[in-house]
Write a protein that binds this ligand. Structure first.
Ligand SMILES: Cc1ncc(COP(=O)(O)O)c(C=O)c1O
Length: 400
């Protein structure tokens, strides 16, 4: 009898983690790999956040934390939701977890019964479907087509909802496409959801601050206040404040739901590291100029990579509104053979040949449930992006 639970057997290891691992192995053999696979800002954590953690440690803030978050951090989160999203919450409507990932994990454990369906617009972040399965739910993919700018069309959403639907997940700006929703597009989604009173909405707003060309971010509870009581608004400090390693995410929603999530939090972690909470409080309450400064840098990188890739025969690249990813379509290269003799039949073949022959790490579209595409993360230096684009262009040019 296997020691592994049936629950875990359905869950795969993250595809981007698998590529990062392969890139590490090549690098360990002395090969210079250009890594465009990791969804992690290359900026440092703001100094004032680090100093706040240091000061908290010296002041003795090193005991067990409250399960749902420190009062100081919850206050900072309440101010953040008001400032950035014009949403009003009180402290009983907020819970803090170990990253946005744990927020979603705990929310699904707290709410999914076996067979409950969770509608996930795809392409989507690799972890959503696995988390849902882990919690006993059933992920239901709704394709957001390239021709529609990778947006969720109301008619597709409507068609995906059944009497078993418990949740709809939203993630705009999106990982992996970078697509974001305008107010009008979000209102159209909200209109569908107003008709389905039993369906809850989890909105993952982790890329909120990464939008370009004067695009205005919006979130569903603010766009349609009549949904406020059914929306779990999730966010965190990982992407906005370059704090991936601190592990802190948070969410806000109706009291009953929040108290259930807090219960799970207490069971599987016992609250989040006090020093991380002090750092996150400082990040949320501190100067916010860095968000715009960094967004301007990401925008330059996006434009740079788009310019380079649009010259490459066989690639078709949509111009995203936000996040730090591009999601080029490679259908023009399917069926060809790489210079190293690898037949490219899928996007997995494409990314594997690219990393083996030209040492550029990216992630296959299959990992995000839409093929044939691959994801490039441009959260890295211009120098690496220049080198990566040149190698990708050469790789594609050499195909026969
Ligand atoms: C869409 C999306 N949500 C959540 C996360 C996880 O964020 P955190 O580091 O806060 O767990 C990621 C990270 O890649 C992501 O892409």
């Amino acid at each position: 009898m296997s020691v592994i639970s049936d629950r875990l057997k359905n869950v795969s290891i993250s595809a981007s983690a698998a590529m990062t691992q392969r890139a590490r192995e090549l690098a360990a053999n002395g090969i210079k790999v250009v890594s465009l696979s990791s969804g992690e800002p290359d900026f440092p954590t703001p100094a004032h956040a680090i100093e706040a953690a240091h000061a908290a440690a010296l002041a003795g803030d090193t005991k067990y934390p409250p399960m749902d978050g420190t009062p100081a951090l919850k206050s900072a989160i309440i101010r953040k939701f008001k400032r950035d999203n014009n949403l009003d919450y009180d402290a009983s409507q907020i819970v803090v977890s170990g990253g946005g990932k744990q927020v979603i994990f705990n929310a699904m454990l707290a709410t999914c019964n076996p067979g409950d369906e969770v509608v996930i617009p795809t392409p989507s972040w690799v972890s959503y479907a696995d988390i849902v399965k882990f919690a006993g739910g059933v992920p239901v993919a709704v394709p957001c087509h390239e021709q529609a700018g990778f947006k969720l069309r109301p008619e597709d959403l409507e068609a995906a909802i059944t009497p078993r639907t418990k949740w709809l997940f939203l993630n705009f700006p999106n990982n992996p496409t970078g697509a974001a929703c305008s107010r009008a597009e979000m209102a159209a989604i909200a209109e569908v959801m107003l008709r389905h009173h039993n369906v809850w909405i989890m909105t993952d707003d982790i890329y909120e601050h990464l939008v370009y060309d004067d695009f205005q971010f919006c979130t569903i509870a603010e766009v349609e206040p009549r949904l406020y009581d059914r929306v779990l608004t999730m966010n965190g400090v990982s992407k906005a404040y370059a704090m991936t390693g601190w592990r802190l995410g948070f969410c806000a929603g109706p009291k009953e739901l929040i108290s259930a999530i807090s219960n799970v939090n207490g069971q599987n972690g016992g609250g989040i590291a006090t020093l991380t909470q002090a750092a996150a409080t400082a990040a949320l309450d501190g100067p916010q100029d860095l968000l715009k400064e960094r967004a301007a840098i990401y925008k330059e990188r996006r434009d740079f990579v788009l310019d380079r890739l649009s010259e490459v025969d066989g690639l078709r690249c949509h111009r995203p509104e936000g996040a730090f990813y591009l999601y080029p379509n490679i259908s023009g290269l399917i069926g060809k053979t790489s210079k190293g003799g690898r037949k490219i039949e899928t996007d997995v073949d494409f990314v594997m040949a690219l990393v083996e022959e030209h040492h550029v790490a990216t992630v296959q579209g299959a990992a995000y449930a839409m093929s044939p595409f691959f994801r490039i993360s441009y959260a890295t230096s211009m120098e690496k992006l220049g080198e990566g684009c040149a190698r990708i262009a050469q790789f594609c040019r050499d195909m026969r």
